[in-house]
Ligand binder design. Structure first.
Ligand code: AMP
Length: 280
């Protein structure tokens, strides 16, 4: 695996790969890699001839009081995991300047109304920051395809919208959520959970599954949201939101054939958890 840490070396290497006609896939991450991230690399491998993973903790997507400083940094372990999967290139910028040298040039990247609902409502500016880094990585790489996790459904949705406008030839692949045996979606932030919370956390997903059953029986969205919220609160989750929408993040009408999704974000202690389930 070739490891590069400057924009200059990275661009040179991309040019070399392109001159050889390689099909390039890009897997952007913030590191502390777990099996969810690694599943994206495997999908990228199956769909391209050269896989590039990036590890960059993007300051623009963290709020003032969020965990940018304490976000887990495990670069040596990450490198050995990527080597085992035969990832071809790792770009790990040595400073923020290697990614963002002129943030003013990125002013036009706004997540818009669908970036202000759900997680965006609780993390103002978060998705603008996400789009700025993903756009910049796409510009540096011009990959043929890029893989993102469905766990971060709203993020994936907004990236697809952005890519449609600025990178129309780029294929975005949506990767299924990887979970522990008891259903907890893997996340770098799970490492913040203490012993007690690790036991409680899987109830988040189970409560959402139960909520979908409840909706199927009751056909009442408002009552089901109350039901899910009450069940989560019983188990000491602080609920940020529980929302039923279409997979276009539009208001849900029941009894239609539109794909539907239940999305939720909670806090368990100081740890933010997000999850979602698509259903018919
Ligand atoms: P992050 O490092 O949190 O920015 O995540 C990098 C990529 O990994 C994003 O596309 C996430 O959606 C994806 N990802 C994170 N957790 C999971 C998971 N449990 N299963 C699948 N993909 C995931």
């Amino acid at each position: 695996m070739i490891i590069l840490d400057t924009k200059k070396d990275y661009k040179n290497h991309i040019n070399l790969l392109k001159s050889r006609g390689e099909i390039i896939s890009l897997v952007p991450t913030m590191g502390n890699l777990h099996n969810g991230h690694l599943s994206l690399v495997k999908i990228a491998k199956q769909n391209s001839s050269k896989v590039i993973t990036t590890i960059f903790i993007n300051p623009l997507q963290f709020g003032k009081d969020e965990d940018f400083a304490s976000y887990p940094r495990t670069i040596n372990k990450d490198i050995s995991k990527l080597k085992k999967l035969n990832c071809d290139v790792l770009f790990v910028p040595k400073s923020q300047n290697e990614v963002f040298n002129n943030i003013d040039n990125l002013k036009h990247l706004k997540a818009g109304p669908k970036g202000s609902i759900l997680c965006g409502n609780f993390r103002p500016g978060h998705f603008d920051g996400v789009l700025k880094v993903v756009y910049t990585l796409f510009k540096l790489t011009y990959p043929d395809l890029s893989v993102f996790g469905l766990k971060d459904f709203q993020q994936l949705y907004l990236i697809k919208q952005m890519a449609k406008i600025y990178f129309p030839k780029l294929k975005i692949i949506s990767a299924p959520t990887i979970r522990t045996k008891n259903g907890l979606a893997l996340s770098s932030r799970n490492s913040y959970l203490d012993k007690e919370s690790i036991k409680t956390a899987p109830l988040f997903y189970r409560t959402l599954l139960d909520g979908i059953n409840n909706l199927n029986n009751s056909n009442n969205v408002e009552e089901t949201i109350k039901y899910i919220t009450a069940n989560l609160e019983k188990n000491r989750f602080i609920v940020n939101y529980v929302s039923f929408l279409t997979t276009e993040l539009e208001k849900l009408k029941l009894n239609t054939s539109e794909r539907k999704i239940l999305l939720s974000s909670v806090k368990l202690g100081q740890t933010r958890l997000i999850d979602n389930i698509e259903f018919n």
